[in-house]
Write a protein that binds this ligand. Structure first.
Ligand code: SIN
Length: 540
């Protein structure tokens, strides 16, 4: 009797859940570990929807082209083709799992438009609760499967033996003190595996203002860096143009309570205005509010600078639909945002609301091929932690859920085959313990996560230059040298954030031109990228 391949998946968003379900369907023994509860992943917060060619008058070639243009010519055309061609089948799988995308009176899917899409190809569920609907359906399916689940399990490091990733080291239950018995807290555990899949999501916690939940601390990328995997494109961090600020622009927030206001609101026709009522985004781009995300975010940041740091306004007061006035339309189309707006004492059916940019999505990550294989044997990466090449320098709206579904499914299919064939070569022996540097002695300025977030926001945020990046690099190096060996989950997270900050800043210093989300005030823009025509893109 052959022993089934054991795959360990770290993370429980759309990518992690998809890879686990596909691998278990192939007869793998699958363990899924997640640092909080299953449902608490970034996926749950996705509002706008999922992009895919689901309508007869849309074309895969147009989705490819929109993605390449948004990526400023730095996407990998082969990866983009996979995404657009396989996306519709993955969306149909989600529908089969019970995700109820919104439909019109005739039973057809409601079309949603977001920035830089040439066609309204975004499907949404519950108005603006698409991520929640997808997460719920996938979690229900996972709970009914043979996948073993370990919650409240924090990834300390990858285990590397004889040049191959062969397991993970976990800290279990450290943060769930109130829910687990004291004997269960902070238990260290090693799990052996034939394949490890990183699906740990992004790193919004790097920045003072972020749309991400607090679990997004870049743990997978930091562990991959320590283990020696290749990481690329970390300089490309996307800032979402519109969040309801938890601060007034002039003062620091008391809490990290920025709330995403979906691009779909602008897709429905909401406008951005400054304090004089001027629609300023048209000053910098002919597509105005629906220009690529990086362009709109920078236009807002610049306008805020001109008006003393105060937020610009998003005007949705004129949005309405047949039979609905503005208040009814906004409550029906965007119920989650409507609640958040009203909880803050604002009435967006009557008054434009304050909005500012915030850190949203990391385009770079652990380098993978088209089935999620990283450069380390035994290690895969899927979802935001991965750099598949799909997003280039700027991700097209609503391509992230799609990427998780498409490449999660491909990685799940590849795992059994790869681990059984044992075809990977053996790299130099490195262990995670060898790779965590001992802190040298010496003085260092006081480190706090909030100080790191402010430094990153100020020096490695929407607009960068060598002086600021150099300053950030020096401060981070001193913090790295001074930080004591982590013991708790929060301390491990801090270390991961510092590892990632160091690499991101180094990547931003190395890329001397402005391109996509990486904008340097001290450099000329990169020469305009040539985006391949649909015919020129590479078929698989
Ligand atoms: C949004 O709803 O604006 C966010 C969607 C995305 O990041 O793709």
């Amino acid at each position: 009797m052959t022993v089934p391949v054991h795959a360990v998946v770290v993370g429980s968003g759309i990518a992690g859940l998809t890879v686990a379900l596909h691998a278990v369907d192939h007869g793998c023994r699958v363990t899924l570990v997640t640092k909080d509860v299953l449902e608490h992943a970034n996926t749950r917060y996705a509002q706008g929807g999922i992009a895919g060619v689901m309508f007869d008058d849309d074309r895969v070639e147009d989705h490819i082209r929109d993605t390449l243009v948004a990526g400023a010519g730095l996407s990998d055309p082969a990866a983009v083709r996979v995404l657009a061609e396989e996306g519709p089948a993955r969306i149909r799988e989600l529908i089969d799992l019970g995700v109820a995308f919104d439909r019109d009176a005739d039973g057809g899917f409601v079309k949603g438009l977001e920035a830089a899409h040439s066609y309204p190809r975004i499907l949404h569920s519950g108005g603006d609760a698409t991520g929640t609907a997808i997460e719920k359906a996938l979690v229900a399916r996972l709970r009914a499967s043979d996948v073993r689940v370990i919650e409240h399990a924090f990834l300390i490091d990858l285990v590397v033996r004889e040049g191959r990733v062969s397991g993970i080291e976990l800290l279990v239950g450290d943060r769930a003190a109130t829910r687990l018995s004291p004997a269960m807290r902070g238990r260290r555990e090693t799990i052996d595996a034939d394949a490890v899949v990183l699906a740990t999501g992004g790193a919004g916690e790097l920045y003072a203002h972020s749309t991400n939940p607090a679990v997004a601390t870049g743990d997978g990328i930091a562990a991959a860096l320590r283990a020696g995997a290749e990481v690329r494109d970390l300089e490309f961090f996307q800032f979402h143009p519109t969040v309801l600020p938890g601060w007034d622009g002039a003062h620091e927030p008391a809490a990290r309570d920025a709330f995403l206001v979906s691009e779909a609101v602008r897709g429905e026709g909401a406008t951005l205005i400054d304090e004089t009522g001027h629609r300023f985004v048209f000053d910098v781009h002919p597509d105005g509010e629906l220009a690529p995300r990086d362009v709109v975010a920078r236009a807002i940041a610049h306008r805020m600078e001109l008006q003393g740091g105060r937020p610009v306004r998003l005007d949705a007061t004129h949005l309405a639909a047949a039979g609905d006035d503005s208040a009814a339309f906004l409550a029906r189309r965007f119920p989650t945002i409507d609640r958040a707006v009203r909880d803050r004492g604002l009435d967006w059916a009557r008054e434009p609301i304050p909005v500012t940019p915030a850190a949203h999505y990391l385009m770079g990550g652990v380098t993978t091929d088209l089935v999620g294989r990283t450069t380390l044997p035994g290690l895969y990466a899927v979802g935001e932690v991965a750099r598949t090449g799909v997003h280039g320098a700027n991700r097209l709206a609503s391509n992230s859920l799609l990427e998780g579904a498409v490449f999660g499914s491909r990685a799940g299919d590849a795992i059994a085959q790869d681990a059984a064939s044992g075809s990977w070569t053996t790299a130099a022996v490195r262990t995670a313990a060898d790779l965590r540097a001992e802190p040298p002695a010496g003085d260092a300025p006081a480190f706090s996560r909030a100080a790191l977030q402010t430094l990153m926001w100020d020096e490695a945020g929407l607009v960068r230059d060598e002086a600021g990046l150099g300053h950030a690099a020096a401060v981070i190096a001193r913090w790295r040298a001074g930080i004591r060996a982590p013991q708790t989950e929060a301390e491990y997270e801090d270390e991961n954030l510092l590892v990632l900050a160091e690499s991101l800043v180094a990547a931003a210093r190395a890329r001397r031109e402005s391109v996509g989300a990486h904008f340097r005030r001290d450099a000329a823009p990169a020469p305009a990228a040539t985006v391949p025509t649909a015919q020129e893109t590479v078929p698989c």
